[in-house]
Design a protein around this ligand. Structure first.
Ligand SMILES: [Fe+2]
Length: 313
């Protein structure tokens, strides 16, 4: 499959980076990277220098996501598509490029409320990737580092986000979810740009506004055993779970969702379905999971599985 761009990194802003660092290191189990020139913390999942950048600030949310272009032609193609949409992708300054450890980038605000950075020349770390808790590592080769899911409120923003993803970034629709939730409906569009089933998903949440843009970051690992071990780490540390183990219907991923100290979630999963050439399975799904992915409260009658519905302040 021809690869134009892939998910590269996410930038988070937190009022309490120390707590988020403990979560990403001790619970999720990422490998620490070097601090950025501005002093932000970074985390790794492969040979790339930084995949998660954590800055101090008021947002308690994602502020930026990066997509790496596979070539100069791919980079120029995205820039020209964004311009055709009437947008103005702005080149990164030298300081911004050094902060992201890229050779070059453009920055453009996305309709779902974060800045999208399209980059060239994402640097590798000087130290090889190694992880005791993910001995087989993460699925990143030619697929980027995982996926991001953002929530939006209102059909207008949802439609604008889809247009930005499809016509601006040049992503392709994998499939979509329409699920009644009482009198309203949850709509989710899943987008791919390589073999990973989705590198980005946008959810139109059935609420008048979105409290937090970032719903979750997905890290895909090579083996289910590492998902199970991560699940046990979450339980052992008393980390709140949003969804217990389960398997999604559309991408087939076996995963669970834990809740970060800032409220956004991390999905650790394996066995994700691969997108094939000439993908022709764009269809509507009406349920999220084949089995599991229940909130722990469903099993509140079973001792030891209860968990707060919302993360501690
Ligand atoms: Fe996910």
């Amino acid at each position: 499959m021809k690869i134009d761009i892939e998910s590269a990194y996410i930038v988070l802003e937190s009022r309490n980076p120390a707590a988020v660092n403990n979560y990403l290191g001790d619970v999720v189990g990422l490998m620490p990277g070097e601090p950025t020139p501005a002093g932000a913390f970074t985390w790794r999942v492969d040979g790339t220098a930084q995949r998660v950048v954590l800055t101090q600030g008021a947002a308690n949310d994602a502020t930026c996501i990066g997509f790496e272009a596979a070539s100069r032609a791919a980079f120029d193609g995205v820039v020209s598509r964004l311009r055709k949409l009437g947008l103005d992708p702005v080149p990164g300054t030298d300081v911004q490029n050094r902060e992201r450890r890229v050779a070059e980038m453009v920055r453009v605000p996305a309709p779902w409320g974060v800045v999208v950075e399209v980059v060239l020349g994402l640097e590798n770390a000087s130290v090889p990737f190694a992880s005791a808790v993910y001995p087989k590592g993460f699925v990143t080769q030619n697929q980027g580092f995982g996926h991001f899911v953002f929530g939006v409120a209102g059909a207008d923003v949802y439609d604008a986000s889809r247009k930005f993803a499809l016509e601006g970034l040049g992503l392709k629709l994998s499939d979509y979810l329409r699920m009644p939730m009482g009198p309203v409906e949850l709509n989710v569009s899943f987008f791919h740009c390589n073999a990973r089933h989705h590198s980005l998903a946008i959810a139109q949440i059935p609420a008048p506004e979105v409290a937090q843009k970032l719903h979750h970051i997905n890290f895909e690992v090579q083996q289910v055993a590492d998902v199970g071990a991560a699940y046990e780490r979450a339980l052992a540390t008393g980390t709140p779970l949003a969804n217990m183990l389960g398997q999604h219907e559309n991408d087939g991923m076996v995963s669970f969702y834990s809740i970060s100290p800032d409220g956004w979630q991390v999905e650790v999963g394996a066995t994700g379905r691969q997108i094939t050439d000439n993908w022709d399975d764009v269809r509507e799904y009406q349920r999220i999971s084949i089995w599991g992915h229940q909130p722990p409260a469903v099993f509140a009658h079973m001792q030891g599985l209860t968990s707060p519905a919302t993360p501690a302040a």
